[in-house]
Design a protein around this ligand. Sequence first.
Ligand code: AMP
Length: 285
Amino acid sequence: MFLLKIFHYIKGVSEWTKRQNNAFSFVPTMGALHAGHLLLVEKAKALGRPVLVSIFVNPAQFNNAEDLQKYPRTLEQDLRLLHDAGVDAVFLPVTEDLYPTELPEVSLDLGSLENVFEGQHRLGHFAGVIKVLHRLFSALGPRDVFFGQKDLQQCLVVEKLIARFFPDIHQHNIPTRRDPQTGLALSSRNVRLSKQGVVTAGAINWSLQLALQGKTVDEGLTEARSYLENKGITIEYLDVVSLPDMLHTEEIVDKKTASVFAGYVEGVRLIDNHVFIDIPEITVF
Ligand code: AMP
């Protein structure tokens, strides 16, 4: 029978990582796992090395106590999914062990990423992401790490973190997995939406495509905005940006431009993005 190893403390998990000679792949998550997370696991498995997944609802990256408290937690089901996906080990950190009081602050210059979009609307969010990932990468020393493009700005922040502190780690950014019926990006937060809410939220995916298809960027954004407003979706931000700096752009360039969105459906905060690719993927929903 296949056994999933479960660790709670840095000491135990780092003994395991040393036994792998650090030749393992790492997928950090906050749990409430869905097929999007499992796509990251699948890609990690495809490298052929052992796979470690962490589940930690990181208090440091929540700027809103209610959001943290409402974050879905489904540990038993998560462990079953990870077992069935063939994951080798799971790390479920204990806050005091992960964040001892003497842990030094990590300072990382995020440049233009610091004060836009998620940086602007979730104050302290990226400081929390940097804190947890710096601690996990330092303690575990993975060779490969997997992130979802669903959190595009996070991918770019992690690229900076790795470039600055962990040059030996290979980062893999995996395209967003979507609900096949509606096109809605899979997210742990979707469980808080009603059936109708899921259908409504599917409009986000289309609006992001519209934003990249206007005669001008301005025209695309105007169409996308009114499409969302007609569906009753509250927009927090909607923009077209250049990559990797995420500054507003008027010019659409293959793989170097993205449309980005955050907003609310039924009071649930959702984010999504599309990276412009010259040959459009033909997806029939
Ligand atoms: P989270 O548990 O939300 O912190 O997500 C853990 C990882 O899974 C992050 O790197 C996310 O970007 C990634 N992820 C979340 N949703 C999706 C999705 N729909 N498709 C692909 N990756 C995803």
